[in-house]
Design a protein around this ligand. Structure first.
Ligand SMILES: C[S@@+](CC[C@H](N)C(=O)[O-])C[C@H]1O[C@@H](n2cnc3c(N)ncnc32)[C@H](O)[C@@H]1O
Length: 303
């Protein structure tokens, strides 16, 4: 069967916009603030004039480095509240250039929420979702709000702190979410030994990372082992497995084949491609990440 790559366009934000891109930078709006960050993929001239590239905060990266410094005036607070739909969360300028959220991930949230709500309507048992490398927790909150019991794992105490703050900001403190500081691979393999099962798994691994006890994560080397564990963690009637990757030397096809191999035999389909942000200026689509996602086959009346 020929495989058609999908472009998933994150076009349902009102509090966030990619205003323009070019000259290896991007100009964004996050709530009332305009932000300029490096963007290695923007190998084209900006659509807007230099005058329009005014910003409240500019991230200057060290040569070839993730870390860098923010230049901003006193008007920019340490953190501020944004909304995705009616989900409130906290944005901030972090030392690793991120804003505390990845707007392009929204392309997966609606589908996850719909699948979980539909399952919740069929049964009293809340579906279980595992969010590995979960960062500031927006996917976990979307899943919990849709009725899931969520296990969120991240190696960084700071990231878990952001996630707990987001839970409070979203008013979802009463939802069943376990926030765990742990190594993703070790945790997943321990869950396999405990015989635990999940109906949905989300994985957003970095290219390179470290667990809280110094465990090393290398995308290419460790992904097959993690996917093997995830396969064993899926219950008898799973809903989704979503895998995203940034800044790795891989095609979406590599994710596609890896996920398809590990999930072979399940009643569903893998789709894969790129997650992109639409530019407001002249409408180009900025590539952000590659993904492969397995979803349970839709029932005939949902298709
Ligand atoms: C920011 S996110 C997702 C990747 C991101 N979208 C990017 O640009 O690469 C990566 C998260 O994985 C976490 N992380 C890194 N290594 C980990 C590990 N071994 N186990 C669990 N979490 C880890 C980090 O703390 C971080 O919150």
């Amino acid at each position: 069967m020929p495989m058609v790559p999908r472009l998933l366009i994150a076009d349902d934000w009102s509090d966030y916009a990619l205003l323009d891109s070019g000259n290896r930078r991007k100009l964004e709006r996050a709530g009332p603030y305009r932000i300029i960050r490096p963007e290695p993929q923007a190998l084209w001239p900006p659509g807007l004039s230099e005058n329009d590239w005014r910003a409240d905060a500019v991230f200057e990266a060290g040569e070839g480095e993730e870390r860098g410094t923010w230049q901003h005036g006193p008007a920019l607070p340490d953190s501020w509240v944004l909304h995705y739909g009616d989900l409130a969360f906290v944005a901030r300028c972090t030392p690793f250039r991120h804003l505390g959220f990845f707007p392009e991930h929204a392309v997966h949230w609606r589908r996850i929420a719909a699948a979980l709500s539909a399952r919740r309507a069929e049964t009293d048992q809340p579906p279980a979702v595992l969010n590995l490398f979960g960062y500031s927790g927006l996917a976990s909150l979307i899943a919990a709000r849709a009725g899931a019991r969520v296990t969120h794992v991240d190696a960084s105490k700071k990231a878990i702190g952001y996630a707990v703050e987001n839970q409070r900001q979203a008013g979802l403190e009463d939802r069943p979410i376990r926030w765990l500081v742990d190594d993703a691979v070790r945790f997943a393999e321990r869950e396999v030994r405990r015989g635990r099962h999940y109906e949905g798994i989300i994985l957003d691994p970095p290219k390179y990372g470290r667990g809280p006890k110094g465990e090393v994560w290398r995308f290419h080397e460790d992904l097959p082992r993690l996917l093997a564990a995830c396969r064993q963690l899926l219950g008898t009637d799973p809903l989704f497995v979503i895998l995203t990757a940034y800044a790795v030397q891989l095609s979406f096809l590599a994710l596609h084949h890896a996920l398809s191999h590990h999930l072979d035999g399940l009643d569903g389909a893998v789709e894969s491609g790129e997650m992109v942000l639409p530019e407001e200026s002249i409408g180009r689509l900025l590539p952000t990440a590659i993904f492969a996602a397995w979803h349970k086959k839709a029932e005939p009346d949902e298709a």
